[in-house]
Design a protein around this ligand. Structure first.
Ligand code: BGC
Length: 710
């Protein structure tokens, strides 16, 4: 089985994508897959999870720590940076079984050939630690200079976030303490396997005399702590990087072995899909919080500050299922994050005059909604454009409830309900109840003025997805009221019985858009009357490729072109609502009208195609999701806003297609079963997942599906 990706040559245009592809991470931090000599110009970053700062009036975004991998080699005063001094050979690799990224670069110099090798990883065993090993070898004797330091001039989108930076050195360890504008400290340290010739402000300097064919190796263990972790991050960073690179790597590999034990996907007959799927799981594991706290995953993982490092519905609807199936404690952290951020959601709802909990669309620490009212910058005027993502994407609260219910169903662990989950569900139900309106002419309850998953059409009425999710929340309230029957105290605290009394009659008369004669479900009121322009037509109307398609001036606004799966998402999530024929007709109608302008879109079309038994139609969309990083080329701009980075939701979505679609993993009364629908060219699919603490193996070959414990 192949666990490696690689590339040769260095092309400046691919630096941003390579930074994502070769990323290493451990949930606490992500280190972009840039080269050791790269700086902020090449988007080098050590992105930290769950710690944010706002500089002046800029957007509040997560912090990038000073970069402890910064290393430059020079010969005769000339720095060997690939961007300035093109090498004769260059390759980058990632062994994603063990999260070990490496590079080999060869320069032809006047005196001979110099080869630089570097290898790096983020420890899965101790999430504060990183390892880096540099090896130099020349084919002729030569003196080189190696500067190994901590680069505190970090890449920021809306920075700078550090008001001052202090460098020090203690017992051979370099320490950098950066004071965050809004308070607190980020401390980074780097140790060295060899004593340097000299320490100079944040840098260890080596002047080795290389002998032809003899390797010079230097390894470092680096640590990162912040004042969110403990009181004295600098001391912790200094002390914890004492160990050796080799021991750290060994312990980290052992953790990766455990992860693959319950995650590995084997696909006979399709190496490309097998690699893409496992590589997607690698990325999910790089960003998964492992500290047992209340932490979730940002939409762009730990690949930088794009999307403000905020948590979206991506976590519950797209990523959660993989964690539930492999490491339920991580799923629990994601949901505890929502429980802890309930106060922010209550405040947000109240600020709009709604009841209950309206979760942040772009959630940061404490549930702060980082989504700005003007979230896009117009390409032509460079003016901010009013968007309604934050105010109107009401389906976010239902995603939180979906996640909690999923957790309970899969794990049978009710403690989450008692630890605040029940309250979250009740407050979300209260929110949807308060959204209901009854227009005079129609004697039914409806939901108006929302934005559905398709963000291109704003402020619409009766978005089918949103209405269906509201129903789901009302039903979840019924379910937890049954579950909590014995816990009168909790039931009373959340006011569930009284709330249900209010909701039941409303639910009876709630409007859920249904398939018309053609079998099609209208995405929102009036959608079918919009211009039926083709994607090509809409695209030809663009005056600038970076132009925003949505909103009142966008090329999609007055047409049936949608940004991403919307009705399709609803049908993929609730396939039991309709016969397969309805699922198929809606797929066939909506897919050609979908721009797939979000990496969340393809997996839902793939899953839906499996739901009506068409694995061949699903396959290209599955591959698109699973290859979001490998193929690159995703949207990098929304108007003038940079939105590049990794795509953990696409990775999680690909896993959903594989498990729930191709393998057809279903649960009834808590028991798993298979209803396989694999692509024709797959000879065998073996999928692992956790059930009641046991690792299970789904083994699917043509005409045969077996489920056993591993
Ligand atoms: C999509 C959202 C998604 C967000 C973060 C946006 O482009 O429209 O559905 O949650 O990106 O991935």
């Amino acid at each position: 089985m192949k666990f490696e990706i690689s590339k040769t040559g260095c092309d400046p245009a691919s630096i941003p994508d390579d930074g994502n592809r070769f990323l290493i991470g451990n949930g606490y931090m992500g280190v972009r897959g840039t080269l050791e000599e790269f700086t902020k110009k090449e988007l080098a970053a050590v992105n930290l999870a769950g710690i944010y700062d706002q500089a002046d009036d800029g957007w509040r975004e997560p912090l990038n720590a000073p970069n402890p991998f910064y290393t430059v080699v020079s010969v005769n005063g000339g720095a060997l940076r690939v961007q300035d001094f093109p090498p004769a050979e260059h390759e980058q690799r990632l062994d994603f079984r063990y999260g070990l990224a490496s590079r080999k670069t060869v320069w032809n110099l006047a005196k001979g050939r110099l080869t630089l090798r570097a290898e790096r990883f983020a420890s899965m065993d101790n999430s504060h630690l990183l390892g880096l090993k540099i090896t130099l070898c020349a084919n002729a004797d030569m003196r080189v200079k190696l500067e190994a330091g901590i680069d505190a001039d970090v890449w920021d989108i809306h920075g700078p976030h550090y008001s001052s930076v202090k460098f020090g050195e203690k017992d051979g360890v370099l320490i950098c303490e950066a004071a965050v504008q809004s308070g607190g400290t980020v401390a980074v340290s780097r140790n060295f396997s060899l004593p340097p010739d000299e320490f100079m402000r944040g840098t260890a300097i080596y002047l080795p005399e290389l002998k032809a064919g003899v390797e010079f190796s230097l390894s470092s263990v680096c640590a990162v702590y912040t004042s969110k972790d403990l009181q004295n991050p600098a001391e912790a960073a200094q002390k914890s990087c004492a160990g050796s690179y080799e021991n750290l790597l060994k312990a980290s590999k052992a953790r990766w072995d455990e992860i693959w034990d319950c995650s590995l996907v084997e696909i006979e007959g399709d190496e490309e899909a097998e690699l893409a799927m496992n590589y997607s799981l690698y990325h999910l594991n790089c960003v998964a919080p492992r500290g047992g706290g209340a932490v979730s995953i940002a939409a762009r993982g730990l690949s930088g500050q794009t999307y403000k490092g905020a948590v979206f519905w991506d976590s519950e609807i797209f990523m959660l299922d993989y964690f539930l199936a492999s490491q339920p404690e991580i799923a629990r952290s994601l949901l505890r994050y929502r429980i802890e951020t309930l106060p922010g959601a209550l405040k947000k709802a109240a600020s709009y005059g709604w009841e209950g909990a309206f979760y942040a669309w772009e959630s940061q620490e404490g549930g702060f909604d980082a989504c700005s009212d003007y979230n896009i910058t117009d390409v032509f005027t460079e003016r901010p454009v009013r968007t309604y993502f934050k105010d109107k994407q009401a389906h976010i609260s239902a995603a939180v409830v979906w996640g909690i219910m999923r957790y309970i169903e899969r794990t049978g662990d009710l403690s989450l309900l008692k630890e605040g989950g029940a309250r979250v569900i009740a407050e979300c139900a209260r929110f949807y109840k308060s959204l209901l309106v009854m227009p005079n002419a129609r004697k039914r309850w409806e939901i108006h003025d929302v934005v559905g998953p398709d963000e291109y059409h704003e402020r619409v009425n009766n978005n089918a997805y949103t209405n269906r999710m509201a129903l789901f929340v009302f039903d979840a309230l019924e379910k937890i009221s049954e579950i909590l029957q014995e816990d009168e105290k909790l039931e009373r605290e959340c006011g569930i019985a009284a709330l249900l009394e209010e909701i039941r009659p409303l639910r009876e008369n709630f409007y859920m858009p249904k398939p018309g004669e053609s079998g099609l479900i209208e995405q929102f009121d009036g959608y079918f009357s919009l211009e039926d322009a083709s994607l090509a037509e809409a695209r030809s109307r663009l005056k600038d490729p970076r132009e925003y398609w949505g909103g009142s001036h966008g090329v999609a606004g007055d047409t049936q072109i949608i940004k991403q799966a919307d009705v399709a998402t609803m049908l993929a999530m609730f396939p039991q609502d309709y016969p397969e024929e309805i699922l198929r007709r809606n797929w066939e109608f909506y897919e050609p009208r979908t721009e797939h302008g979000s990496s969340l879109s393809a997996c839902m079309y793939a899953l839906l195609a499996c739901r009506f038994g068409n694995a061949e139609a699903a396959y290209p969309f599955f591959m698109k999701s699973a290859c979001a990083e490998l193929r690159g080329g995703g949207k990098q701009w929304a108007g003038l806003v940079y939105i590049g980075g990794t795509h953990p939701a696409a990775a999680g979505g690909a896993w959903k297609v594989l498990a729930q679609g191709f393998a057809g993993l279903e649960y009834s009364d808590g028991k798993p079963s298979l209803r396989p629908c694999p692509p024709r060219h797959w000879k065998r699919l073996r999928l692992r997942f956790i059930h009641e603490g046991q690792i299970m193996l789904a083994d699917i070959t043509p005409g045969k599906a077996e489920l056993k414990s591993k």
